[in-house]
Design a protein. Structure first.
Length: 117
């Protein structure tokens, strides 16, 4: 587990500013995807995955370094997607054990089990 930084500007695609931009840029695609309108909840749905891919494409076309959004599993979980090529600067890293509380929490959240070998 570790901490790293990445430089550049990122699109907060669930912010009101970005949602308003995406509503315009993706208007024709929304109908094709079976969506009446675009709001924050639509961007956090698992399907259609093509919606988030299109939103990422809009950010990429504006020359941004990636996108930022909060997880559908809780807005306290931050997700960052970096467009290639990217530069990451590692700030700190440490080994993580199978009994780590954060790792165990992530496993429970996603219904995963740890198998030791």
């Amino acid at each position: 587990m570790g901490v790293a930084t990445a430089s550049g500007d990122y699109a907060d695609i669930c912010s009101s500013d970005w949602i308003s931009q995406l509503r315009i840029a993706l208007a024709a695609s929304l109908r094709t995807l079976g969506l009446q309108d675009l709001d924050g909840s639509a961007l956090q749905m698992t399907a259609p995955r093509s919606l988030t891919q299109l939103a990422s494409r809009v950010a990429f076309s504006k020359g941004l370094a990636g996108i930022y959004y909060r997880s559908k599993y809780g807005h306290d979980v931050e997700n960052w997607a970096l467009f290639e090529p990217f530069q990451i600067t590692v700030r700190n890293s440490e080994a993580i054990g199978a009994n780590d509380p954060d790792l165990q929490s992530a496993f429970r959240l996603h219904g995963l089990k740890f198998k030791s070998v």
